[in-house]
Design a binder for this molecule. Structure first.
Ligand SMILES: *Cc1c(COP(=O)(O)O)cnc(C)c1O
Length: 369
C-alpha cells in the first residue's frame, strides 16, 4: 500500500493569490476608488497592452470568451444561413458562440497526432454557404494556419482564431491571434491569463472591425448614445481588467515555469506507454493543458488517482454527439478521429504554482503508466 499522499489540485487560484497578494489588493483598491467603474482606464490600458503583446493594433475587451467569438462573427457579418467550418473536439463555447451569431457550425475531423483541425479537410467542407473558418488552437497548440489562410483568401472567407487556450503561443515566430481577421481570447480563471471571474477579448488588425465590436459590446451605440446596430451588453469589467493587468505583469515568469513543467512531463513520457501529442511545426506551444493519450484510460486514471492526482478529460464528449447539437445531423461515426481521441485522452495538472515535489509526483505517474 502506498502511503496517503496529499491530493494535487488540478488548478489552484488561492496559490496564485498568495504569490502576489499585495499587488492584487492594491489593484482592487485602485479600482474601487474609481473614477470609472465601467469601461474606464483599467480596461483601456489592459486592451492596449494585450494588443501589443499579440502584435496587433486593436483589442476590445468583452464579457467572456464565448461572447468574443459571437461578437467577432457578428462584426464580420456572419450569421443566419451562413456556415462556419470548425471542429467538434473543442470546448462547447466555440460552438455555442457560432449559434449565438445565428450561423451553422460545420465540423471537420482532426489530425490524429496533434488532435487539431485537419486543415487538409477544409476544402471538401466548403459549400456556397461557407462564410468563415474557425480554427481552435486546442490545449495551446497552434493550428497550422497556412492552408486555412490560403483557402480563405481565395474564397473570400473570414478567419476567426479561437485563442481561448493559446495565449502565449506562437506560430512561425508570430503570436497566435495575429493570423486571422479576428482572434478571440478567454480570461476564464483556469486559462493561461485568467481573471477572478469571466472575461474575454477580441483582437484584430482592422480598426473598422474593432470599432464595430466596441459598438456591439455596448448596446450597439455609435458615438452618441444612439444604437446604430443591434448590440448587447458584453463589457469587460474594470475589476477584471485590474486583476488581469497584475497577472499580465507576471505572465512571462508564469509561462516560463509552465513550459519548464511541460518539458519535464515530455521527458517523463519517453519511458511511458502513454502517448504525447505532436506540437505543430514552427510553433511554440501555449501550454494551457497537458494532454496525453492512454490505451487503457480507465486503468491509467486509477493509477493517477491512487497517487492523489485527478486528471480531467478535455473533452470526453465530442460536441457533435451532444444532445443540444443532435439537430445538426452528425451521427456516431461521422468524425472518426475525433471520436476515437475522445476515448483515450486525459489531462494532468499544469500550472505555475505546482511545487517541485508535485511535479515530480506527476512525472513518476507518467513514467509508471
Ligand atoms: C474557454 C474557451 C472558450 C471561451 O469560454 P468562456 O468561458 O466563455 O470565456 C472558447 N473556446 C475554447 C476552446 C475555450 O477553451
Amino acid at each position: 500500500m502506498s502511503k496517503a499522499l496529499s491530493p494535487i489540485p488540478f488548478f489552484s487560484a488561492p496559490r496564485e493569490f498568495q504569490a502576489h497578494r499585495e499587488e492584487f489588493l492594491r489593484a482592487v483598491e485602485t479600482c474601487a476608488k474609481g473614477p470609472t467603474l465601467i469601461l474606464g482606464e483599467h480596461v483601456q490600458t489592459f486592451e492596449e497592452r494585450f494588443a501589443s503583446s499579440c502584435g496587433v493594433p486593436e483589442a476590445v475587451g468583452v464579457a467572456n470568451g464565448t461572447d468574443a467569438i459571437a461578437l467577432a462573427l457578428k462584426a464580420l457579418e456572419v450569421g443566419e444561413g451562413d456556415e462556419v467550418i470548425t471542429v467538434a473536439n473543442t470546448a462547447v463555447p466555440t460552438v455555442a458562440a457560432i449559434r449565438m451569431a445565428g450561423a451553422t457550425p460545420v465540423f471537420i475531423d482532426i489530425d490524429p497526432k496533434s488532435l487539431l483541425m485537419d486543415t487538409t479537410k477544409v476544402k471538401a467542407a466548403l459549400t456556397p454557404k461557407t462564410k468563415a473558418i474557425l480554427p481552435v488552437h486546442l490545449f495551446g497548440n497552434p493550428v497550422p494556419m497556412q492552408e486555412i489562410l490560403a483557402i480563405a483568401q481565395k474564397k473570400k472567407l473570414s478567419v476567426i482564431e479561437d485563442c481561448a487556450q493559446a495565449y502565449g503561443g506562437t506560430l512561425e515566430g508570430k503570436p497566435v491571434g495575429s493570423f486571422g481577421d479576428i482572434a478571440c481570447f478567454s480570461f476564464y480563471p483556469t486559462k493561461n491569463l485568467g481573471g477572478w471571474g469571466d472575461g474575454g477579448m477580441c483582437i484584430t488588425k482592422d480598426a473598422e472591425l474593432a470599432s464595430r465590436i466596441k459598438s456591439l459590446r455596448m448596446y450597439g451605440y455609435g458615438k452618441e448614445r444612439i444604437a446604430e446596430r443591434e448590440g448587447v451588453n458584453s463589457r469587460l469589467d474594470e475589476l477584471q481588467a485590474a486583476i488581469l493587468l497584475v497577472k499580465m505583469q507576471h505572465f512571462p515568469e508564469d509561462f516560463a515555469r509552465k513550459r519548464a513543467i511541460a518539458l519535464r512531463y515530455d521527458a517523463a513520457l519517453q519511458k511511458s506507454s502513454l502517448q504525447s501529442l505532436q506540437t505543430t511545426k514552427n510553433a511554440e506551444h501555449g501550454y494551457h493543458l497537458y494532454v496525453v493519450k492512454a490505451k487503457d484510460r480507465p486503468s491509467t486514471l486509477r493509477q493517477f488517482q491512487e497517487k492523489g492526482i485527478a486528471p480531467l478529460i478535455h473533452y470526453e464528449y465530442p460536441i457533435h454527439l451532444m444532445p443540444a447539437y443532435a439537430f445538426l445531423g452528425y451521427g456516431k461515426g461521422s468524425l472518426p478521429v475525433t471520436e476515437e481521441a475522445a476515448e483515450h485522452i486525459l489531462s494532468v495538472p499544469l500550472y505555475p504554482y505546482l511545487t517541485d515535489e508535485e511535479v515530480e509526483r506527476v512525472c513518476e505517474c507518467l513514467r509508471a503508466s
